[in-house]
Design a protein around this ligand. Structure first.
Ligand code: SF4
Length: 463
């Protein structure tokens, strides 16, 4: 009799389409790397080449002038749609396409590999960096002039390479702790419907051999519960049969019973950075209040025979200075921009902060930082709308009719307000307090929503 040997075959792992997509990202890492390097070249060309060209003459078009073409591509298409992509796909931009991240990781591969110091790990850096670069960008007119763009973007890239070279081995220390937009992307990724999910029990029970994964942004993959820090690079897809690309309800992370990664720096970035500074930065050049402020200050200076601040002798890297384009800021211009952005950010931000804290207190058992995360749709779509103003400016200059713009903006603002309003209501209404207290909390929560709506309404439909 021939003995029958029973061979136990492990059942094949059930995979769905997204999981297979994530696994394909891991398998085709070289292809992703090649794509990344193409973006690096494209980015360098867009940032560097226009600096060596004369300013666009009157009547130039994005179709026949490289500087205008680069401006349109960079500020009109690239940035608004990167923001939108993070909303929809998570931080795929960071993990798959970002040129700065790729360069920083390459430098880290060949660098000194030093331990990351404590000061660099401070969670407030992305907030500080976002606010400073936003304000500085306004002073030097980063959207209009190639030198200013090279200074800010190129400076950031050089810093990313230096940090990568000095700290970590094969990592993206810059992206994790210092990048000026990493905080904003981290907030937006919280509502992305796609994310790399970890099944902790599958991780524990896995008994085979698992190859080491290099998670460049230094995430504790096993305990990753938020999409905020994950760059969606796909390198860990299928790791220990526990990590997979998955779809989720966009509100899942915000409505989670326990707040995930809702830190004070995140809340401050959202309140003062995205709702305050960014809004004021998009608004000041169209604001009649800014004109009134400047006129008042200029009158006062002239009445007091003080003309120092009315001079326009600041260098271009401090204040906009392009006499050939008849675009020169005086010291007073610079101070008024700072005053306008600072005041608006303080008013809007502080109103939001007080309302969030008050609403959370009234509702009882909810952390104000957790409640603040409900404002992500409003803040994120606001940044998209603000950046897309560059797109529409270029399209108008090209003679494109934009009759549809008003309704589209109204539609997007309505979605943002409705989404944030609904999230806030869900978070507040489920608390175990008297219904009157819940109502008062909801009313308080709605106040910054109305204030932000009023700011956009003035900018898009009144001024
Ligand atoms: S956890 Fe790390 S390795 Fe995995 S997808 Fe996110 S960034 Fe990439």
């Amino acid at each position: 009799m021939i003995p029958i040997q029973v061979v136990r075959v492990a059942p094949p792992r059930k995979t769905h389409l997204l999981q297979r997509l994530g696994d394909a990202m891991r398998r085709h890492a070289r292809l992703i790397r090649a794509l990344q390097w193409m973006v690096v070249l494209f980015y360098l060309a867009l940032v560097v080449l226009p600096v060596f060209l004369p300013l666009p003459p009157q009547g130039a078009s994005v179709l026949n002038n490289l500087t205008l073409f680069a401006q349109f591509l960079f500020w009109g298409i690239w940035w608004p749609f990167v923001i939108l992509s993070v909303f929809l796909l998570g931080r795929v931009w960071c993990g798959v396409l970002c040129p700065e991240g790729a360069l920083s990781e390459l430098a880290s591969k060949h660098g000194l590999g030093k331990a990351i110091p404590r000061w660099l790990r401070w969670s407030g850096w992305p907030t500080v960096a976002f606010i400073l670069t936003t304000v500085y960008g306004q002073l030097v007119s980063v959207y209009e002039y190639p030198q200013a763009a090279l200074l800010i973007l190129g400076g950031s890239t050089v810093a990313a390479i230096i940090v990568g070279y000095v700290y970590g081995k094969n990592k993206r220390v810059w992206c994790r702790y210092l990048c000026p937009v990493s905080g904003v992307f981290g907030l937006l990724a919280k509502v992305a419907p796609l994310h790399f999910a970890v099944d902790e029990s599958a991780w524990r029970e896995f008994s085979g051999h698992a190859a080491r994964v290099n998670c460049a942004p230094l995430i504790d993959m096993r305990h990753m519960s938020s999409a905020s820090k994950c760059h969606s690079c796909g390198r860990c897809s299928g790791h220990r049969d526990a990590i997979a690309l998955e779809a989720r309800w966009p509100n899942q992370e915000i409505l989670a019973a326990t707040p995930r990664d809702a830190s004070t720096p995140d809340a401050i970035l959202l309140i003062y950075g995205m709702l305050g500074v960014a809004m004021a930065a998009f608004q000041w050049s169209a604001s009649p209040w800014f004109v009134a402020l400047k006129a008042l200050a200029a009158d006062w200076l002239i009445a007091h025979d003080s003309f120092v601040l009315l001079q326009d002798n600041a260098p271009w890297w401090l204040l906009t200075h392009y006499p050939a384009a008849a675009d020169v800021f005086t010291w007073l211009d610079g101070l008024c921009i700072l005053a306008y952005i600072g005041t608006m950010a303080l008013i809007l931000g502080s109103l939001t902060l007080v309302c969030m804290r008050g609403a959370a207190r009234l509702a009882g058992d909810i952390d104000w930082r957790h409640l603040t995360m409900a404002l992500i749709p409003l803040a994120g779509l606001g940044v998209f709308l603000g950046l897309s103003m560059m797109t529409t400016t270029h399209l108008r200059a090209e003679g494109v009719t934009l009759d549809w713009l008003g309704p589209v903006r109204t539609f997007l603002l309505s979605i943002a307000l409705g989404w944030s309003g609904w999230l806030g209501w869900r978070l507040l209404w489920r608390q175990q307090v008297h219904r009157l207290a819940s109502l008062a909390a909801c009313a308080l929560y709605c106040m910054p929503l109305l204030a932000v709506w009023a700011c956009w309404y003035l900018l898009f439909f009144v001024w």
